[in-house]
Design a protein around this ligand. Structure first.
Ligand SMILES: NC(=O)c1ccc[n+]([C@@H]2O[C@H](COP(=O)([O-])OP(=O)(O)OC[C@H]3O[C@@H](n4cnc5c(N)ncnc54)[C@H](O)[C@@H]3O)[C@@H](O)[C@H]2O)c1
Length: 281
């Protein structure tokens, strides 16, 4: 059901790759809620992903950009304002990638060139986006900027590797830039910390199926899906949340407040005999 929450709003959505992407669901919902927006992803993702289909469905122009390139980001903001006919009201940063994870380098044997890339792509690109938007004065008063995070920024979840450090930096950037953007231009900046979700990026997380089963058992409301995350993003882009800024907002069915649940403990008790291999991490 649509509520017209984003009627008359203009946005930019970074990071939709295929049907499973969280950004893809956000684009569908934002369209249903009356927004107009542009879509952006890397030239490689445009070649191998399914973005054309989303572009047709939502009437959104696609603007290629590597989010680590300031020039590319300037082009995305300038072109978006031109195509959409005015300043921007909402931006979604839905971008993450770790070469250490991809190349199976564990956390106590990181390749530091890969680490720089992880941080640049998954966190510093958010600062670049905000700084570009700020300098171009591209976002309207009471506009809303969101990035997607994960609880490994606060708590250790084995195997999440250097992405945990990237998410911690991402959340810190939301607070630090959120202060300046709020003070000077009344723009909101937040992160949403989402449950594990089976997307292309999510499938790269070590033991994603077991992890999702565990977090589902631990969460009183169960894991949050990509569609539910998109609903939350829409609310955060709407005028109903005008005074929410500099927050990391958990969207995880209650997982972040749990220590142990009955459902998880009953499963744990069944498998106490299974040996563990610490070298696997
Ligand atoms: N899937 C999960 O379990 C989960 C949980 C919490 C948070 N998140 C976060 O949600 C966000 C979206 O991920 P997703 O799960 O929808 O997976 P996804 O693979 O669909 O999206 C990741 C996107 O990042 C893009 N990207 C990678 N490098 C880029 C670059 N240099 N410039 C621009 N874009 C680039 C990819 O092309 C892709 O579209 C990520 O920040 C991810 O960390 C995911």
């Amino acid at each position: 059901m649509a509520y017209n929450l984003l009627k008359g709003k203009r946005g930019i959505i970074f990071g939709a790759l295929d049907h499973k992407s969280i950004a893809w669901k956000v684009a569908e919902k934002a369209h249903e809620e009356g927004a107009i927006f542009t879509l952006s992803n890397t030239p490689t993702a445009l070649r191998f992903g399914e973005l054309d289909e989303l572009s047709k469905k939502t009437g959104a122009e696609v603007i290629p950009a590597d989010a680590t390139s300031v020039d590319d980001l300037i082009n995305v903001f300038e072109t978006s304002m031109k195509v959409l006919g005015g300043k921007i009201d909402f931006v979604l940063h839905s971008i993450g990638m770790s070469l250490n994870v991809r190349k199976k380098r564990v956390y106590n044997d990181l390749n530091y060139n890969y680490l720089q890339k992880t941080l640049d792509i998954s966190a510093i690109s958010f600062h670049k986006m905000l700084q570009v938007a700020y300098k171009l004065d591209a976002i309207n008063e009471w506009g809303s900027v969101l990035a997607l995070s994960y609880i490994a920024a606060q708590r250790v979840l084995y195997g999440y590797n250097d992405m945990a450090d990237a998410k911690a930096l991402l959340e810190s950037i939301a607070r630090s830039f959120g202060y300046i953007y709020g003070r000077e231009r009344k723009v909101r900046v937040n992160t949403i910390s989402q449950s594990p979700t089976k997307t292309t990026a999510g499938s790269g997380v070590k033991g994603i199926d077991g992890l999702m089963d565990f977090t589902d058992r631990m969460s009183p409301l169960g894991n949050a899906s990509a569609e539910e995350c998109a609903d939350y993003c829409v609310v955060m882009f709407s005028d109903l949340t005008k005074k929410v800024t500099m927050q990391n907002l958990y969207h995880d069915g209650g997982f972040s407040s749990m220590g142990m649940s009955l459902k998880a403990m009953s499963m744990y008790n069944k498998s106490l005999e299974v040996p563990i291999d610490l070298d696997e991490e």
